[in-house]
Design a protein around this ligand. Structure first.
Ligand SMILES: [Zn+2]
Length: 156
């Protein structure tokens, strides 16, 4: 049935199953690839700084979204992050009860952006906004430059 034809009877609606051959390659972009490389090789987070507005961003990016200038100045963050926001989930994807998992948006002082990841805490009720956290990383040989190289963040 051509798409412009109108269905007047619901029973006329049919479906079919088929596949569409699609192939794609996703890249994180120039700055994103650099962020991944630094995470893999040194286990640190790469940020980039705008020379115009002096804003620092994480993850590193090529252009300042405010000034539209290329950001060539980068640095790895050594300081701990802090919990900007968090939630604790008590159900799995199927909606069944599960062990609580706490997810946080981890930000860094003076840096725009952040990283959403698991928090390694045994008592979610003790998590507080602003709590300092540091990443728990996979061993260097196991890292592949993905955010899954971070196992979780833990209180400092
Ligand atoms: Zn800027």
């Amino acid at each position: 049935m051509p798409i412009l034809e109108k269905i007047t009877q619901p029973l006329q609606a049919r479906h079919w199953t088929d596949s569409i051959p699609l192939e794609f390659h996703y890249t994180a972009g120039v700055a994103g690839e650099e962020f991944r490389r630094v995470l893999k090789e040194s286990g640190r987070f790469l940020s980039s700084k705008c020379v115009e507005c002096k804003t620092t961003y994480i993850p590193a990016r090529m252009f300042c979204p405010s000034c539209f200038v290329e950001m060539k100045e980068t640095r790895s963050l050594d300081e701990p992050g802090y919990v900007y926001s968090y939630t604790t989930v008590n159900r799995n994807r199927a909606g069944e009860d599960s062990e609580p998992v706490t997810i946080a948006l981890v930000r860094f002082d003076g840096v725009k952006g952040g990283i959403v990841h698991k928090l390694d805490v045994t008592e979610p009720s003790k998590v507080t906004f602003g709590m300092k956290v540091v990443p728990i990383l996979k061993d260097a040989g196991q890292r592949n430059g993905a955010l899954t190289d971070i196992i979780a963040f833990k209180p400092q």
